[in-house]
Design a protein around this ligand. Sequence first.
Ligand code: KG4
Ligand code: ZN
Length: 344
Amino acid sequence: MPKILAIETSCDETAATVAEYGSRYFQVLENVVSSQIKIHIATNGVVPEVAARAHLQKISPVVKQAIKKSGVSLKDIDVIAVTYGPGLAPSLLVGSEFAKGLGLAAGKQVLPVNHMLGHLYSALVKNPKLPLPNINLIVSGGHTYLVYLAAGKKGLPGKYKVIGSTVDDAAGEAFDKVAKMIGLPYPGGPSVAKAAVRGKHDYLFPRPMLNEKNYDFSFSGLKTAVLYKIAGEKLDISNAQTRADIAMSFENAAVDVLVKKTIRAAREYKAKSISISGGVAANQKLRTELAKAAGKLGLPLAIPDFKLCTDNAAMIANAAAIMLRQGIKPVSPEKIKINPAADL
Ligand code: KG4
Ligand code: ZN
């Protein structure tokens, strides 16, 4: 079976995966993720140069560990896959230069993979036979996309088309900013979700762009509404119950828009399945509400395991396997270039 070594360093996780694949088969042999959360708590967010320095320290041990634990030797790796973008330039450079160096030293070709494509296809890892066409909601810290994924040849995913995106902040970014507003620790998404569970009073925040006849989102307006509510009503955010109420109200509004627009897209595009991916897909409220709504529509919903929602290299290996099956060729290592602003 051909084997892939995948490397991902686009933001604040240093990750490497060894996987094997066939024409209809994909298996993760080892998946290592070294998180920088502890480092970024001090600055309440990611400082790109700090993230890059941490990647530099971790990249070699993380790749070595993935190879060692997989039981595969480097000489048996067929292709090195690496994230080329989008992401933070200093972070992307560490992974891509490492892949380049390793490729040159070991005589391997390298396949550049788009980080968002990694998220998009991550829903297929557990559900390789998901009926297509599919509507995938990608909700990460930097991007929010609604994607139509067509059926391709031989049961493979075919062409994809971004049918909607955010006009301002990404969904994860909004979670992160609201967390900061009410003094919850980094990373904001999980903190808001945790606080929201204890929420009792819903402030009924606006649902921006919910009724507009497109698939775009706006989370900046929602974030501002939270800010005005706190200032206007002099809400006491030192009170844990108030924080929980704000977190729950924000989460309800964000999830409501994400679910309704995804469902509308699935209906209008006559999708045969729905999926979600990206860090915010780890959100329990979103998972539960989307499962209910997809169930009502009679459509299967694919959600990656929690570990594959936030950044990891298994999703890059999986995307690489799909690309290779589609006939996309790896390139010689020196051709690898990062693109921090890469589109899907
Ligand atoms: O996909 P990801 O790991 O990185 C990017 O590609 O950006 O997504 C990170 C984002 C962050 O904004 C984080 O706060 C959010 O995902 N996130 C969550 C949850 N877990 C992570 N947001 C809401 N609820 C969660 N449980
Ligand atoms: Zn990501």
